[in-house]
Design a protein around this ligand. Structure first.
Ligand code: FES
Length: 132
């Protein structure tokens, strides 16, 4: 089987400007698991975030590579050696059970949470897996 997945890479975005200061949730797994510090982002999967109710204390595996078929979570696609994917999933644990906006453009600076990066021109102009 041949997978036809866009190899579009966009530059790592270093600054996001807000008109107000939204409160970004905390991933408490960041203290013990360093996967959120990976130097590159995956491809743009979608150009808007995904709202999901996360359970306090439960571990989630958020897809950073942008190629999972079970977005926003990892389905193991990053392990496909033919795709030569650099990114690995980010383990996420939250302190409070509630709805969270998870990044689906995969360019956030606050992995895995949406920080508004999907509104930047670089992301809007990028080719995404599901939306042009
Ligand atoms: S499938 Fe994207 S990080 Fe695993």
């Amino acid at each position: 089987m041949i997978l036809n997945i866009t190899k579009t890479k966009i530059p790592l975005i270093t600054k996001v400007f807000y008109s107000s200061s939204p409160k970004i949730p905390i991933n408490i797994a960041e203290k013990t698991i360093s996967a959120h510090n990976q130097p590159t982002n995956g491809v743009v999967y979608d150009k808007k975030p995904f709202k999901f109710t996360m359970q306090a204390g439960k571990r989630y595996s958020w897809c950073l590579c942008g190629r999972s078929k079970t977005q926003p979570f990892c389905d193991g696609t990053h392990r496909n050696a033919q795709l030569k994917i650099e990114q690995k999933p980010v383990t996420v644990v939250v302190e409070e059970t509630k709805e969270y906006w998870l990044c689906n453009c995969k360019q956030t600076k606050h992995r895995p949470f949406c920080d508004g990066t999907h509104k930047l021109k670089e992301v809007l102009d990028a080719t995404s897996i599901i939306r042009q």
